[in-house]
Design a binder for this molecule. Structure first.
Ligand code: XMP
Length: 522
């Protein structure tokens, strides 16, 4: 392995993935694993240190998640966060107690030992002769008595031990959440822990990743042949370029035009990959086939399942035409894997079955190649740039595998798809014109609702469909806020859609964050 690794044991905190991101932002590879993962599997990752995440339990609960022996047995540095802190303290002979007052939200951290290595580089604000900083708290229980060997490092008005450490054994513990943006110096703390305490080098870089993956893909594939479903989106494009780098013409890309793409997209995909990237590409027009299969279907999960299955069937059909094909490659990324809570993750709920993970039928007879499945979106983009893909592709807004099918709520007909496509193109065009497409919002699109409303145009009554505009700002697509688009821009887009898109007489703007909403409507 060409990189150092931090293992994060997941105790079920809603912020666990954020810890992984923050560590990777320090150019150190991190992997989130369930605390139940067998020791041998975890140690095979050759970690340089451990982070224990937060979680909803109390250490005294029946069946509370425990700290596996191999963690302390490894002699490696450990950082416990929230529940992770309590677990560490409990295991090492400290005492944890239910708090009289729950502490949730921002808190003022008073740093008592600012020279401790985890506080290196913190910009502390001085007040009341103390060094203080804002941190984010979210806990009921807290550590009441530190284990032998631990010294307090910081406190809040409500938590005597908001940070503590056993410097000899390199055990650190914080009650607050350094991984969230509401702890402004939190990513610096994680950076300090992984780089200085664990001694990791900053060797998690796109170039290293490419080198490792090229070797891994070659080893997995051997002389076999691979097909990749190209959607035109960033993920499959980057996966394609990476696999192409590893095995050249052993890779054939199949691009299925299911009729649910954005305006002009099919042509653009063919041009980019065939002409510019020089990849072997089979383009299939399957529009009729999809429309037939989706006829009368309105349930989102059924739509997703049909599209996912059909995709594989068409693949198999096209692949058969190509002769012997051994592997199916996919642009699955980390958030897809997490959100499509797998069969092995009993506690997590399935939010929606993402096309490229859960939607695969069981009887699929290819082996999978998924070189991006441990990467976050921003890492995929950096990788794409390193692989020489054009900016227009690397920075394209994400588009779901099932395409417009899950934005065309209710029944899918060609007429409704065309309506949606045009409304979407107008919205995106105006955003681009306002220079808000690349940096102002991370994902913006139109949704066609299965409702009609009454309007008046000229002197006549109209009874037509409604378009919703969805525009979000997000760091990782796992949580998102609705974008505060300028009213004038919204007014202009609304006017254009109602005037130019036949069959639409009303436009609404979605002001729901995620959670509780999701980014897509289905
Ligand atoms: P949600 O709607 O779950 O979306 O908040 C999060 C991100 O994932 C995209 N998305 C998908 N991507 N296949 C994909 O490749 C899918 O089935 C799928 N469903 C949602 C969505 O566009 C957003 O960026």
């Amino acid at each position: 392995m060409k990189h150092d690794t931090i293992v994060i044991l997941d105790y079920g905190s809603q912020y666990s993935q954020l810890i992984a991101r923050r560590v990777r932002e320090a150019n150190v590879y991190s992997q989130l694993v369930s605390w139940r993962t067998p020791a041998a599997e975890v140690m095979a990752l050759q970690p340089n240190g451990f982070i224990l995440s937060g979680g909803p339990n109390s250490v005294y609960d029946d069946h509370a998640p425990t700290l596996p022996d191999y963690v302390l047995g490894s002699g490696l540095p450990v950082l416990g966060i929230c529940y992770g802190m309590q677990l560490l303290a409990y295991k090492l002979g400290g005492r944890v107690a239910g708090s009289q007052r729950r502490e949730y939200g921002p808190a003022t951290l008073l740093v008592d030992v600012p020279e401790n290595p985890i506080f290196t580089g913190w910009r502390l604000e001085s007040g009341d002769d103390r060094e203080f900083q804002q941190v984010w708290m979210s806990h009921g229980d807290k550590v009441e008595v530190l284990p032998p060997g631990f010294l307090p490092l910081a406190h809040t008005p409500n938590s005597l031990y908001a940070a503590a450490a056993d410097m000899k054994r390199q055990y650190y513990a914080v009650q607050f959440h350094p991984e969230v943006v509401h702890t402004p110096q939190g990513s610096r703390l994680l950076h300090n822990f992984v780089r200085d305490v664990c001694g990791c080098a900053d060797n998690w870089t796109p170039a290293n990743f490419i080198e490792e993956q090229v070797a891994a893909i070659r080893e997995q594939v051997g002389n076999g042949r691979v097909v990749l479903g190209l959607s035109g989106g960033v993920d499959s494009a980057v996966a394609g370029a990476l696999i192409h780098r590893a095995i050249g013409d052993q890779l054939t890309c199949i691009f299925v035009d299911h009729g649910m793409l954005r305006q002009g997209e099919a042509l653009q995909v063919i041009e980019t990959f065939e002409r510019e990237q020089g990849m072997k590409l089979v383009a299939v027009n399957a529009v009729e086939e999809y429309l037939e299969a989706l006829d009368g279907v309105t349930d989102p999960e059924v739509k997703r399942r049909i599209i996912g299955e059909k995709f594989i069937r068409i693949f198999e059909r096209e692949a058969n035409k190509l002769g012997q094909i051994d592997f199916l490659a996919q642009g699955t990324i980390y958030p897809d894997v997490i959100e499509s809570a797998g069969k092995d993750k009993k506690e997590a709920h399935v939010i929606k079955t993402h096309h490229n993970v859960g939607g695969l039928p069981d009887d699929m007879d290819f082996e999978l190649v998924e070189p991006l499945k441990l990467l976050f979106k921003d890492e995929v983009r950096r990788l794409g740039a390193e692989l020489g893909l054009p900016d227009s592709l690397v920075w394209r807004q994400p588009f779901p595998g099932p395409g417009l099918a899950i934005r065309c709520l209710g029944e899918i007909t060609w007429e409704r798809l065309e309506r949606l496509r045009l409304a979407d193109a107008i919205f995106v065009e105006e955003l681009r014109r306002a220079d808000m497409l690349k940096s102002g919002t991370q994902q913006s699109f139109a949704v066609l609702l299965p409702v009609k409303s009454v309007g008046v145009m000229g002197d006549g009554r109209t009874y037509q469909e409604v378009v919703a505009l969805r525009s979000v700002t997000t760091e990782d697509f796992m949580t998102a806020d609705w974008a505060r688009l300028p009213y004038d821009l919204l007014a202009h887009v609304s006017r254009r859609i109602v005037n130019e898109v036949a069959g639409v007489n009303r436009v609404v703007f979605d002001i729901t964050s995620k959670p509780p909403g999701t980014i897509e409507w289905e």
